[in-house]
Design a protein around this ligand. Structure first.
Ligand SMILES: [Mn+2]
Length: 312
């Protein structure tokens, strides 16, 4: 499979690499690492990594400007469904490749490499680099390490296995990565976000079925001086609470006139419930956007029901 990707990369002079909306470190690092690796291996090619950036990740690397290209090879990293692809114009390409580790949702590329058992898109890119002629250097290695660490929540998730540790060990053997600096890039955060974390802990409502959820209103977001994406990003910090099996943040996003619901579970699989509410993600980590608070609360009821069945 990886060789088919290399074959296609060789065939095309122009390659555009995209990933999902709502950029996160794995999505960004996988596309940047793949771009830089292709450029290092085939310097004559034009390779663009595109999509909406985030000020939080400015020091990870530079994204490329959207520009008109023709007959390009399109590669989509870390994205299971067409509607979540960020900024990619499929009419610019004549062949497309998906590289993803999410549970399969739909086929929208000509060639799809889906490895659900992998911790991250970066782990797949790393294996591809190891197993093909694609080149690596210190900065590419750092990007890949950051994506793996971030998406596995510091090697805490079940998607992490001996394959992950083996790949990372090989990477660290071959390239000097300053781990301390890398973790600073990933985890340094403003005090306001820690205060938001405190707010969530203090206001988490728990049902008898061990669903924990908190509603974070626009007012609270403004009071704490955080942005509406912050709550969803810190939801992983609320794992391993004895009284909670499934937990969710419901964050008002007034700018986009919606609520962002982020859900995690260490009990039942929750992605089916997310899909039912027009969202998606992994079995134990997913998200939904709803127009109203009522819709978000309807999802909480479904999760609570799921827990009741799971616990009985
Ligand atoms: Mn990912």
């Amino acid at each position: 499979m990886y060789n088919e990707v290399i074959q296609k990369i060789k065939e095309y002079d122009t390659i555009v690499i995209a990933r999902h909306i709502g950029v996160d470190p794995d999505a960004l690092c996988s596309q940047l690492a793949l771009r830089d690796s292709i450029l290092l291996t085939y310097p004559e090619k034009k390779v663009l990594a595109i999509g909406t950036g985030s000020s939080k990740f400015l020091n990870y690397g530079k994204l490329d400007k959207l520009e008109k290209v023709e007959n390009a090879l399109l590669i989509v990293c870390d994205t299971p469904d067409f509607k979540r692809v960020d900024s990619l114009d499929f009419s610019q390409g004549s062949y497309s490749i998906k590289i993803d580790h999410h549970p399969f949702m739909e086929k929208f590329c000509d060639l799809e490499i889906i490895e659900e058992d992998k911790s991250s898109a970066c782990e797949i890119i790393l294996n591809m680099i190891f197993q093909t002629e694609l080149q690596c250097n210190d900065s590419i290695a750092e990007l890949l390490y950051m994506g793996i660490v971030s998406d596995s929540n510091r090697f805490l998730f079940n998607s992490c296995g001996s394959h992950t540790f083996f790949a990372v060990s090989k990477l660290l053997d071959a390239y000097p990565i300053d781990l301390g600096k890398t973790y600073e890039k990933l985890y340094l955060r403003p005090l306001n976000e820690v205060r938001l974390e405190g707010y969530i802990a203090l206001n988490l409502k728990i049902t008898v079925n061990q669903l924990g959820y908190v509603i974070i209103t626009d007012e609270v977001i403004n009071q704490l001086g955080v942005d509406s994406a912050s709550a969803g990003n810190m939801i992983n910090n609320f794992n391993y609470i004895r009284d909670v099996l499934v937990w969710a943040t419901i964050t008002e996003d007034r700018k986009n006139d919606q609520y962002r619901v982020s859900v995690r579970s260490r009990g039942p699989e929750i992605n089916k419930v997310a899909e039912l509410h027009h969202g998606g993600g992994h079995k134990y980590a997913c998200g939904v956007k709803t127009k109203t608070l009522e819709e978000a609360m309807a999802m909480m009821e479904d999760l609570d029901q799921l827990l009741q069945e799971y616990r009985s």
